[in-house]
Design a binder for this molecule. Structure first.
Ligand code: ADP
Ligand code: ZN
Length: 529
């Protein structure tokens, strides 16, 4: 006899303790559940690990009928179903990878109306006949998990999610609850609009994760900075995730790490399903692996003891950044995150956005997000505070444990230095990247300098008194403040942005710059500014 809670029903608190074994609701769970219990719609925004699942699982078990959960990720569905079945809940998932052993049972239970909870992919939900079949059943609640996938402006947009707006017509009178860990106000508005639920109660939890210690540093020698970070926290055990901007780079970094005896594995959208499964299995095994990945390694990553998340390239929005670092420390224990950023990254990101063929409205939003992300890298105040501010949340006080809180950032009057750098870029024709400009400033006789006779320029060597790292930092900060932009072409060639650069060159505007601590592993002369 398959268990079913549908015949029993119950009160939320009673079901919480009888089925799940928990004594009390957490945070906004109670409010979200009450809203759905009374037949209203809700939008729940909670950070990963905040306890979103119970917000729909409990109403599904307490209200008459079967709960329907739309979820974009098969692995996630299967995990949830397995966990629920362990608890004696008759849950099932319908998706394209349903195993031949499970399929007949799931179909029979579904047809007979025996299921408590049905997880379904959006494709499956919208497949022919599915809505009709569902329409013949009593549905207790419709949950739309990872609801940000409906937002065209997010990086996880799923076109099929748009069709979910039609659910109230197909299944009238069923309360809907949309859930996401994406916090920004724009996505929130987008979800309510796209899912046609303007009346939904919005329940937004705080996104502050006090156990996440965030830090950001200018890029010097990526690999050195990375292994330094891994080495410093090795004793703590757990897994690490290293995000890279490209597939090639994940392969290259993983190889270098393995050469140095780090247990590195690669994950990106280009590896085979077999490799993917093997990588996930190793990640989930509890071994102290280092996953070197693109952002394809994301949703549904639920290992609790990820101790370190490192970004070797800058994410394109605070939302993406938050989600990625949020994969650390889900067990509540302290976790470390490090973002490495550089002027070339910033310039390249701006350039790609510039040449992108996205619709203008979308480009504008992407541009704003990118600029917020850039501002985050260079902020001299509490980073946690600055990050939460991106989501419209005000932290009452500084976090006390981000890099800027631990080591307050010194600033200096960088006007003269900025003028020198801008002049060097101007006088060399605005056709070169940061590396070459630094050589000119420092009076370094490289091949490129000789070939272009830049050693004959009056300003050749005017920046001798400062080390390379100093100049890279100045250039990067000029890029992030918009005084410099990248030109066309494959390389990140630097050009002046007249409107911002002119007042600096004329000395009409004093420029305070952050004094970047010179990293001990820096100065290897690799990576650019
Ligand atoms: P999310 O979907 O928001 O990432 P989950 O629903 O997976 O989070 O919940 C995260 C963890 O918190 C799970 O292990 C879950 O069992 C636990 N949890 C959720 N709600 C409660 C509660 N009220 N009391 C105790 N533990 C809870
Ligand atoms: Zn702080």
């Amino acid at each position: 006899e398959t268990p079913s809670f549908r015949r029993e029903g119950g009160e939320p608190l009673e079901v919480l303790s009888r089925v799940f074994g928990f004594a009390a609701f957490r945070g906004l769970q109670d409010a979200a559940i009450s809203q759905v219990m009374t037949g209203g719609d809700a939008l729940v925004l909670m950070p990963t690990g905040g306890g979103k699942s119970l917000c729909y699982q409990i109403p599904a078990l307490c209200r008459p009928g079967m709960g329907l959960v739309v979820s974009p990720l098969i692995a996630l569905m299967d995990d949830q179903v397995a966990a629920l079945r362990q608890l004696g809940v008759n849950a099932a998932a319908l998706h394209s990878e349903l195993s031949p052993e499970d399929a007949p049972r799931v179909k029979a239970d579904f047809a007979a109306g025996r299921l408590d909870l049905l997880y379904v992919s959006p494709e499956r939900l919208l497949s022919p006949g599915m809505l009709d079949r569902l329409g013949r059943q009593q549905i207790s609640v419709i949950a739309i998990d990872e609801a940000h996938c409906v937002s065209q402006w997010g990086h996880e947009f799923r076109p099929e999610y748009r069709a979910l707006a039609g659910l109230p017509q197909a299944l009238p009178g069923v309360p809907r609850i949309a859930l996401t860990a994406t916090a920004d106000p724009r996505t929130r508005v987008d979800i309510l609009q796209a899912l046609a639920m303007p009346e939904a109660e919005v329940l937004a939890a705080s996104f502050h994760r006090p156990n996440l210690h965030i830090a950001a540093k200018p890029k010097a020698s990526e690999l050195g900075q990375l292994t330094d970070m891994l080495g410093r926290h090795k004793a703590g055990g757990g897994a690490s995730i290293v995000y890279c901007g490209s597939r090639n780079k994940t392969e290259r970094i993983a190889r270098s790490l393995r050469e140095r005896d780090w247990p590195a594995i690669v994950f990106h959208a280009g590896i085979s399903p077999l490799e993917k499964r093997a990588a996930l299995a190793r990640f989930r095994s509890g071994e102290p692996v280092v996953v070197v990945a693109t952002i394809a390694f994301g949703m549904g990553i639920d290992r609790p003891d990820v101790r370190i998340v490192v970004h070797l390239d800058m994410p394109d929005s605070p939302e993406g950044y938050y989600q990625q670092i949020g994969r650390a420390g889900r067990d509540g224990e302290p976790a470390q995150t490090l973002l490495l950023y550089g002027g070339e990254d910033i310039a390249r990101a701006r350039h790609w956005l510039d040449v992108s063929t996205a619709p203008p409205a979308q480009k504008k939003v992407m541009g704003q997000r990118l600029e917020s992300m850039i501002a985050l890298t260079d902020t001299t105040g509490c980073r946690t505070r600055a990050l939460l501010a991106c989501f419209g949340e005000t932290l009452g006080q500084d976090c006390g444990h981000c890099d800027n809180c631990r080591t307050p950032i010194a600033t200096f009057d960088g006007t003269i230095a900025a003028q020198k750098a801008l002049s060097a870029i101007y006088r060399t024709g605005q056709r070169f990247g940061a590396m070459h400009i630094v050589s000119v400033l420092r009076g370094k006789q490289t091949d490129m300098v000789t070939r272009h006779q830049h050693d004959r320029l009056p300003l050749y060597g005017i920046g001798k008194e400062h080390p390379e790292g100093f100049w890279r930092s100045v250039i990067r900060q000029l890029v992030s403040r918009g005084a410099l932009q990248t030109g066309e072409g494959e390389y990140a060639t630097l050009a002046l942005n007249e409107a911002v650069a002119r007042p600096i060159l004329r000395g009409e505007q004093k420029l305070m710059l952050r004094e970047d601590a010179v990293d001990p592993v820096a100065g290897s002369g690799r990576a650019g500014a």
